[in-house]
Design a protein around this ligand. Structure first.
Ligand code: HT7
Ligand code: ZN
Length: 859
């Protein structure tokens, strides 16, 4: 397979300032005529050949300046056209069958509607075009089709005219005045209904807002609409960015490979990130909708007005936009809880990526299939890297930097280097060494040691960036660490400090501490590093109770539990030590349960045990069964030891009635958490409470929480509740997805048998990525079932990948990393995981997507 390298970048030989697209729409047959105004790029290589990318299409006709030509040729999937002059009109006709497009890239059909997904390289599945992000064009789109099947015809920009055609057809013409790359093109045609609203920008312009959905879904779009208006206002205030068209359309589609897509003026969303009401969506769903609506909206500036020069710069738009959506969600709700959630995602999704065979820097040097690079590293680590710049510059200077970035590069296809330079100039920050964060993969490991003598505290820090595939040796990176030194008697500190560790080893001295202080470090998770700091459990108990930085408080709780579980799993814990450590954890839990200064949302965070994946990361070679068993044992011990406290908590929060305010959301979060601990430590009481919670539920958060607990228990109640839930919500695809996930992710001992049966269920289909993820991603994330000693979990994921690849390679490839971590798993299981990868690799015609992931995972 061809490897694309960043260093090989060449400016395009030809530019396409304008394109006119004419679609004659049909579900099974759509004809496309594209008229490109092309002109030689003065900065190009002067080639007289125009290369137009294609993918599984062939030209029906090619015309140059109005005359049919036949001197073109195909080079693999691409069309090469010799051109003699400086500028020409090139017209190409193609034909596609949207109904047979199961990859969901390009133009495809979903429940009778037509829609497009062009990022990253889907436009070339519609028509021949220089399908690269540095070719910017203004688009005019005409579409015509059956008026009954497609009463709504949408594209980017504004609708300039529409009318009736012959034989029950109609047409519409759209014009987008903003030059854009082809990956931001979109078209939607279908029988849709809109929730309509308006937004007045800070300069007084009225923008029409529409959220288009299938009929019957419109009642569930209000939260998305509120989130959109809040995003528009927030971007004006936080980043000075105003919306730039008179119309903003969102369309919800139920067949979609990712979360959503930021096409200019016409965002296309997975229904999952649009539809919500209390009966069918959990609090987490509401938060996700707000975050994704914000994310796509913010791309209008970070991605669309300033786009990427090439796909190696993907983090330029994605990392920055994730940071912006994280800041937005923090401002809309609890910033402390949001930070903790974001770090949890980073540690559970990105850290394993950074230490595995698919590790890559946030600006990769090469790829085979770009779809494989929409990763937690590009998105979440990318956001953390920019967040560190903000931490070092401070919010005002960082804003000066982003203002300069938007001003300098508006209308351009820019690079990560352009962004760093703009921050450097605007924020007056030297980011010379910092650039290593863009080129080096791997999570830096920071070892901490604290010595105290007399009045002096000496903090010794040492960093190592571990080797990753293709990068055996690393240089030290600047690591901004926020810290505070607490007096253990008064519980106070003298103010937070920011130290920058930028050498392999460094010492920082603090004077005037007659007592050995307690160190709180990496406060707010100021750097995406792994801290190694061995210290007594009582220091962690102290921070868990006293730290005034909420993230550090959470971190102290996590470290307390992680330290204990590492020792327990490693077998180095005697019974006496186990009892002492459990007792310390129990005391910390009790203090949290009793602490009146905490709100319930934050209390919920402090009571979460570290995820099994994060625990596995702490071992060079992990035994997932031992990790699962020890974690469950601790959970059961806490549930039993604190059963009265958890029962009391469950009673208290059950009395809070449904609302979307923070107090009620906190109550719901704790309601299910209390049940989870009780299910582990006092199952009979938990079952009674779960049945009651399920029956009484007037919202999905409570109902799902109760069902999750019941799904892990034995007994007829489990079956009854699952059947009731399925019957109650049959026909609501998003809720039925939850039904699949709950069972595949459950603690029940027979999960693998259940998944096998669910794969045969009439509601299961390989054609819908949400459904596939609901069943199989939940299984791949369920450590106990996935790592079952029989190897059955691996076999099921391996078979899924093989079956799904010919249907939807992008989605299939997303399952490979779960098997790809075999080197970090104990040898017996590792051999079975590797065996599955080899079986996949032996398939005769693998997609580029799966082939790249499997080859790298075996490599
Ligand atoms: N920028 C969007 C990426 C995306 C995508 C990529 C590959 C295949 C399908 C896709 N759908 C959306 C999403 C975002 O980050 O906003
Ligand atoms: Zn994005």
């Amino acid at each position: 397979p061809q490897v694309i390298r960043r260093e090989d970048y060449q400016p395009p030989a030809w530019l396409v300032p304008e394109i006119l697209l004419d679609f004659r729409l049909g579900l099974e047959s759509t004809n496309v005529t594209a008229r490109l105004s092309v002109r030689r790029n003065p900065d190009g290589n002067g080639s007289a050949t125009l290369r137009l990318n294609g993918d599984q299409i062939s030209p029906l006709a090619v015309r140059v300046d109005g005359a049919a030509v036949n001197d073109w040729r195909l080079d693999g999937p691409d069309l090469l056209l010799p051109l003699s002059g400086e500028s020409h009109q090139v017209e190409i006709e193609t034909h596609v069958n949207p109904a047979s497009n199961s990859q969901l890239m390009g133009l495809y059909a979903s429940h009778g509607m037509l829609c497009t997904q062009c990022e990253a390289e889907g436009f070339r599945r519609i028509t021949f075009f220089p399908d690269r992000p540095d070719v910017l064009s203004t688009y005019r789109v005409r579409m015509s089709g059956d008026k009954t099947a497609f009463p709504v015809l949408l594209s980017n920009g504004n609708c300039e005219s529409q009318g009736e055609g012959e034989g029950g057809t109609h047409w519409a013409e759209w014009h987008d005045p903003w030059p854009k790359p082809s990956y931001l093109f979109a078209l939607v045609a279908g029988d849709l209904i809109a929730n309509h609203d308006t937004f007045t920008t800070r300069s007084g312009r009225t923008v029409d807002l529409n959220i288009w959905v299938r009929k019957g879904d419109e009642e569930r779009t209000q939260h998305a609409m509120e989130s959109l208006k809040a995003s528009m206002k927030w971007d004006e205030e936080a980043f000075g960015r105003e919306y730039d068209l008179d119309l903003f359309n969102i369309v919800a589609v139920s067949d979609f490979n990712m979360g959503a897509m930021e096409n200019k003026g016409l965002n296309v969303f997975n229904t999952r990130y649009v539809l919500a009401d209390p009966e069918t969506a959990t609090d987490a769903d509401y938060d996700a909708i707000e975050g994704v609506i914000g994310h796509e909206y913010f791309h209008n500036w970070s991605g669309n007005r300033v786009t990427c020069r090439d796909w190696f710069q993907l983090s330029l738009k994605e990392g920055f936009t994730v940071l912006r959506d994280q800041m937005f969600s923090a401002d809309m709700g609890s910033s402390a809880v949001k930070r903790i959630e974001d770090v949890r995602i980073l540690r559970s999704a990105q850290y394993p990526e950074d230490s595995g065979p698919l590790a890559h820097s946030i600006r990769p040097d090469s790829y085979q299939e770009i779809s494989n690079f929409y990763t937690a590293t590009i998105y979440n680590k990318g956001a953390e890297v920019i967040r560190m710049m903000r931490t070092m510059a401070g919010p005002e200077r960082f804003r000066a930097g982003t203002d300069l970035y938007f001003e300098r590069h508006d209308g351009e296809a820019a690079t990560c280097e352009d962004f760093v330079k703009a921050i450097e100039d605007g924020a007056e920050l030297d980011l010379g060494q910092f650039r290593l964060w863009y080129s080096q993969a791997g999570t830096p490991q920071v070892a901490v040691d604290l010595e105290h003598s007399g009045d002096r505290v000496v903090l010794k820090l040492a960093q190592v960036v571990p080797p990753t595939p293709g990068q055996p040796e690393k240089q030290p990176v600047p690591v901004p660490l926020k810290l505070a030194l607490f007096d253990r008697e008064t519980g106070q500190h003298r103010g937070e400090e920011l130290v920058i560790l930028d050498k392999p080893e460094q010492t920082f001295t603090f004077e005037g501490y007659p007592r050995a202080p307690v160190l709180s470090i990496n406060r707010g998770f100021s750097a995406p590093v792994a801290i190694a700091f061995e210290r007594p459990a009582q220091d962690l108990v102290f921070l868990a109770a006293h730290d005034d930085d909420p993230f550090a408080r959470y971190e102290a709780m996590q470290s307390l539990v992680v330290q204990h579980l590492i020792a327990a799993v490693g077998g180095s814990l005697g019974e006496g030590a186990r009892a002492v450590e459990r007792d310390a954890i129990g005391q910390a839990f009790k203090a949290i349960l009793a602490d009146d200064s905490l709100d319930d949302l934050m209390r919920g965070e402090l009571l979460i045990l570290p995820a099994e994946g994060y625990l596995a990361e702490q071992f060079l070679v992990a035994d997932p069964t031992a990790i699962h068993a020890e974690r469950e044992a601790l959970k059961a011990w806490l549930g039993s030891k604190l059963k009265d406290s958890f029962a009391e908590l469950h009673d208290r929060v059950s009395a809070v009635s449904y609302s979307r305010d923070a107090a009620a959301r906190g109550a719901r979060k704790l309601k299910t958490q209390a049940l989870v601990y009780l299910a582990a430590g006092a199952p009979a009481d938990a079952k009674r409470r779960a049945i009651e919670q399920y029956r009484q539920a007037d919202n999905m958060t409570d109902r799902q929480g109760a069902l999750m607990v019941l799904a892990g228990l034995e007994g007829p109640e489990r079956r009854e509740a699952l059947a009731d839930y399925h019957g109650r919500y049959s026909g609501n695809a998003l809720v039925i997805d939850k039904w699949f996930s709950l069972q595949a992710g459950s603690l029940h001992p027979d999960v693998l048998t259940h998944v096998q049966a669910l794969a045969e269920h009439p509601d299961f289909t390989m054609a819908n990525p949400n459904r596939v993820r609901a069943l199989y991603m939940a299984l791949a994330m369920n450590a106990k079932a996935f790592h079952a000693p029989s190897g059955e979990g691996y076999r099921m994921i391996g078979e899924l990948i093989r079956q799904l690849d010919p249907i939807n390679p992008q989605t299939a490839a997303r399952f490979v990393p779960s098997l790809g971590r075999w080197r970090r798993i104990e040898p017996r299981r590792a051999a079975m995981m590797r065996g599955e990868l080899e079986r996949i690799a032996a398939e005769p015609s693998l997609s580029r997507d799966v082939l790249e992931q499997v080859t790298k995972s075996l490599g």
